[in-house]
Design a protein around this ligand. Structure first.
Ligand SMILES: Nc1nc2c(c(=O)[nH]1)N(C=O)[C@@H](CNc1ccc(C(=O)N[C@@H](CCC(=O)O)C(=O)O)cc1)CN2
Ligand SMILES: Nc1nc2c(ncn2[C@@H]2O[C@H](COP(=O)(O)OP(=O)(O)OP(=O)(O)O)[C@@H](O)[C@H]2O)c(=O)[nH]1
Ligand SMILES: [Mg+2]
Length: 454
């Protein structure tokens, strides 16, 4: 194809060529600590031979069909019974990793699991590296990179919102959303190609401009979903900022529903900052109470004020509080601006000294305005990322989507031949997102975040 100026994918290092990925691995798949049941997982060409050595049941695992389980005893080298349990058999091509897999489901104590794992290693398996089971699933083509990230998201999900996004990712909904966008870009590319090949024919707008506009709109929404996706996955940091006595500590306590922070009528009560977690409409939020902002000769308080500025800078959202019962005093100009700030007027139960329509009014004493504040925080964090749609949940995905959007936007204003090049680049960025043809270091970076046994 004349427009194909992209690097030959064959010149990229293939992740499949890595060493050590064809031997048999074993790991404890369940969390550390005691539980009713624990799992040791073995994957690779010798998985069933390992199972034959470690497990005695009615049949030998290696003579058992995939998709079956056996009841029996886990045994040491000298025949000692380590525990009784189940052995699950998966055959190559029909397992999580795509390889032969044996799982031992034992009683879930660290002592039992350690002995069963040691037995698997004695029989020739080696300890799995973090994420190696899922890496093998990726290398076998059973998951794309976005799905592998979703597996990690499911393992780490602390809230239902995080679980829902990860589950959508694993189901392929994110991949499908990306594929729809790529299809529109490909349509435009085909139209441009036709135009270059047969300039006299002319290409109707619905073949060239319309799919490109759709791709741009969809990509814009996708890029915007990254903030919501990352916040629902890792949570948000919310700094309460304001002058001394504005009511920061009182509002923190009111939102938490218990007295976490010290409240007094003395200006300058909070010095060191303080963090407390809560769940806000499914989003894990860390509230940060800070020292009241003012010029002060007190060295300790001044340090707290500097900290407050730094915390506001790093927060996902700043609640800028102003006392509504006192004449208004401007907040420092160097606080974060725009969408990262919600302005809040406190002490709404007292006579109001000033009004401002853009400011939310709350009372920590009566609770008035708190539901509206929670809604406003949720809206500021999640925005209008469409519910039910798959969002971008990692910075890696967001970066790829942003690159794709930049190339599409560049293409909109370029003559056909140059636009074609930009669209090829956009498609490349989208394939990075799902990770069907990415560089080894990208894959390594993804799997570095996993735990052993996943
Ligand atoms: N005990 C156990 N529970 C688990 C896992 C596991 O590995 N072991 N999983 C691991 O993370 C998740 C489930 N994911 C899995 C995905 C695919 C296959 C699998 O064997 N797929 C085959 C067979 C499908 C079939 O029989 O229909 C295949 O896709 O070909 C297994 C688990 C969560 N629960
Ligand atoms: N009536 C009323 N009083 C409030 C409200 N919120 C805070 N106060 C009072 O205002 C004073 C200061 O409240 P704090 O929550 O300690 O204020 P702060 O912003 O944390 O102050 P510093 O830690 O000194 O920066 C206390 O006497 C509170 O009881 C409110 O909603 N209504
Ligand atoms: Mg305080």
């Amino acid at each position: 194809m004349a427009l194909s100026r992209r690097a030959n994918p064959a010149s990229l290092p293939r992740v499949t060529s890595r060493s050590g990925l064809t031997d048999t691995i074993a790991a404890i798949a369940t969390a550390p600590g005691s539980a009713g049941v624990g799992i040791v997982r073995v994957s690779g060409p010798n998985a069933l031979a390992v199972a034959d050595g470690a497990f005695v049941g009615k049949r030998r695992p290696s003579r058992t069909a995939g998709g079956r389980f056996l009841f029996g005893q886990l045994v040491g080298a000298d025949g000692e019974i380590l525990d009784e349990g189940l052995c699950l058999i998966f055959r190559g091509g029909r397992s999580y990793t795509g390889e032969d897999v044996a799982e031992f489901q034992t009683h879930g104590s660290p002592a039992v699991l350690a002995r069963v794992l040691a037995r698997a290693l004695e029989l020739g398996a080696r300890p799995a590296r973090p994420g190696e089971f899922t890496l093998r699933a990726y290398l076998a083509g059973r998951l794309d990179l976005a799905q592998a990230e979703a597996v990690l998201g499911l393992v780490e999900a602390q809230t239902d919102a995080a679980r829902r996004q990860a589950s959508l990712g694993l189901s392929g909904a994110l991949g499908a959303r990306v594929t729809r966008i790529a299809a529109n870009i490909t349509r435009t590319l085909a139209a441009i190609q036709a135009m270059l090949d047969y300039p006299e024919e002319g290409v109707p707008d619905e073949d060239r401009a319309a799919p490109l506009a759709a791709a741009e709109a969809d990509l814009t929404a996708l890029v915007q979903s990254a903030r919501a996706g990352q916040i629902s996955a890792r949570g948000a940091r919310l700094a309460l900022i304001g002058r001394p006595n504005a009511g920061k500590s009182s509002l923190l306590n009111a939102l938490l529903g218990y007295e976490r922070s010290i409240v007094t009528p003395i200006a300058g009560t909070t010095r060191d900052y303080l963090e407390a977690g809560l769940e806000l409409a499914g989003v894990p939020v860390t509230l940060i109470d800070t020292a009241g902002l003012r010029d002060t000769a007190d060295e300790i308080e001044a340090a707290g004020v500097r900290q407050a500025h730094a915390l506001a800078e790093r927060a996902d959202l700043v609640l800028a509080l102003e006392d509504g019962s006192e004449p208004r005093e401007a907040l420092p100009a160097d606080l974060p601006h725009g969408a990262r700030v919600l302005r809040v007027q406190t002490k709404a139960d007292l006579p109001t000294a000033w009004t401002d329509p853009v400011v939310l009014r709350v009372s920590a004493v009566t609770g008035a305005g708190l539901p509206e504040l929670r809604d406003a925080v949720h809206a500021a964090l999640i925005g209008d990322a469409a519910r039910g749609e798959a969002w971008l949940t990692t910075e890696r995905q967001a970066d790829a989507a942003r690159r794709a959007l930049e190339h599409v936007q560049a293409a909109v204003h370029l003559p056909d031949d140059l636009a074609g090049y930009e669209l090829e680049e956009a498609l490349r960025a989208l394939s990075d997102l799902t990770g069907r043809d990415v560089q080894e270091d990208v894959v390594d970076a993804v799997f570095r975040n996993f735990c052993v046994g996943k």
